[in-house]
Design a protein around this ligand. Structure first.
Ligand SMILES: *Cc1c(COP(=O)(O)O)cnc(C)c1O
Length: 459
């Protein structure tokens, strides 16, 4: 039995402690409500037990610090350690959100600089840092669009157009904002179909939400025309910039004609995320929405300041010239993997991609599903790519290597993906039962997400 098969409660031995203190001279008075009725139920373990317990737990998880993490649409890029150092400086880390403003001039300077820097990168005029996540940013942006139309007495605009390839949060945010969602179809080549878009436009359109490059990793090359059409009908354009990675220093949403956008600092700008960790989804606005941006209070405080420091450090440590390489290298890496694997995995749209691309399962699947491939990758020490998203393909495998990985790492991954394709031919049963050497195999994911068991109960 492996050490981590035991819970810390099961390691408990009565009387075992992690400290030694001189025998107490007196006791607390048994008055008031100081004394507990019953002793706390804590495991009785040594210091070494505690250290091993937490160290082992940390190693059961997979992180970008422990291996390659090609999670499409999530931009799991490496978080440079200098980011952590800066965010941990006591002058930043010890701040209190209710401190008098006069004592936080330095912090305001950071916000101001980050605002200007993000505006320069995106072509927007001004950012708000209130939204705490990408989806929160989407809601904020849509509320701004609504405010804009209302301020003009234009009350009929209740429709938001969303492509069928969109990230699920897009229609969800529009619904939360009380807007009606209209889906625009993609063409065979994965891009928004301008001809299908035209009949949807009219005086009831509040705006359109686009991701560019879209969730298939493809650049919407008709974006200029789309922007003109939407503006002509009186609507505004929302840019989902969660993964703006491939565009850094190359093109700006502001120049493409977008009026409002969010960024995920916890994707594009290297700050860690996952497991619902802290994030910031700053929203940037163009000319039309500047008057509304500070009126939309979606949060009592700005998003996580530590995350902003890390993102700002990332930008400064790359600098104006090197940041232009991030987008290009992430694009090169994705195309390299795609080209090296397309003879064993089905590539539904065979074209140059940006930072990510989508396979639709194995070329010769022999009954092996995308889930089997993903689970088998874990046996080889790789995090699985995003699977079964986007919904356009039934066996979607969405790969995003990011710019931070070396050619050697990519080659290692490619080799393993080819090995798995071979295994699918020779031993499909073994793939159906993968993973074989991880602490957890194939939980019922819905139950695990909806009814997680988070506390110890004696069996
Ligand atoms: C991750 C992501 C979001 C949502 O961001 P959260 O911070 O998880 O709310 C929105 N759109 C796209 C394209 C994303 O990849």
């Amino acid at each position: 039995m492996k050490y981590y098969d035991k819970l810390i409660f099961e390691l408990s031995k009565p009387g075992r402690t992690a400290f030694s203190l001189p025998k107490a001279q007196g006791t607390l008075p048994k008055s008031g409500n100081i004394w507990r009725e019953t002793p706390t139920e804590l495991p009785e373990v040594s210091e070494l037990d505690v250290v091993r317990h937490y160290t082992n737990l940390s190693q059961m998880n997979f992180g970008v610090d422990s291996g390659f993490y090609p999670l499409g649409s999530c931009t799991m890029k490496y978080n440079p350690k200098i980011n952590e150092e800066i965010a941990a400086l006591p002058a930043f880390a010890a701040l209190h959100p209710l401190q008098p403003e006069t004592t936080v001039e330095g912090v305001k300077e950071v916000y101001d600089q980050l605002d200007k820097t993000l505006a320069a990168i995106t072509g927007m005029k001004k950012f708000t840092f209130l939204p705490c996540a990408g989806a929160h940013g989407e809601l904020t942006g849509l509320m701004l669009i609504r405010e804009y139309h209302m301020s003009r007495g234009d009350h009929a605009r209740t429709k938001v157009i969303v492509p069928d390839s969109a990230h699920g949060t897009n229609p969800a945010s529009a619904a939360v904002c009380g807007l009606n969602i209209v889906v625009v179809k993609s063409q065979e080549n994965g891009l928004v179909d301008v001809e299908s878009l035209k009949p949807l436009l009219g005086p009831d359109v509040a705006g359109i939400m686009l991701t560019n490059p879209n969730t298939l990793g493809l650049f919407e090359k008709d974006i200029k025309q789309i922007a003109e059409l939407v503006h002509e009908c009186g609507g505004l354009l929302y840019y989902d910039g969660a993964n703006m990675n491939p565009l850094l220093g190359v093109v700006r949403p502001g120049d493409m004609g977008f009026d409002v956008m969010h960024l995920n600092l916890h994707k594009t700008f290297s700050t860690p995320h996952g497991g619902g960790g802290p994030g910031v989804g700053p929203v940037g606005v163009g000319e039309r929405l500047v008057p509304f941006v500070d009126k939309c209070k979606v949060s009592g405080f700005n998003g996580n300041f530590g995350v902003m420091l890390k993102a700002y450090t990332y930008i400064l440590s790359l600098g104006k010239e090197n940041i232009k390489l991030a987008g290009k290298l992430s694009t090169l890496n994705a195309n390299y993997i795609k080209e090296c694997l397309k003879d064993c995995y089905k590539l539904p749209i065979d074209t140059v991609c940006k930072h990510e691309f989508v396979f639709d399962g194995l070329l010769e699947d022999n009954g092996v599903t995308t889930l089997d491939v993903a689970k088998r990758l874990l046996d080889y020490g790789y995090h699985a790519p995003t699977i079964y998203f986007p919904l356009l393909f039934h066996q979607a495998i969405m790969i995003e290597p990011t710019e931070t990985e070396s050619k050697e790492t990519l080659d290692g991954f490619i080799e393993v993906m080819r090995t798995i394709a071979q295994e699918a031919k020779t031993d499909p049963e073994m793939l159906h039962s993968a993973p074989h050497n991880t602490p957890v195999g194939r939980p019922d994911e819905t139950t695990a997400a909806r009814q997680p068991i988070l506390k110890y109960t004696q069996q």
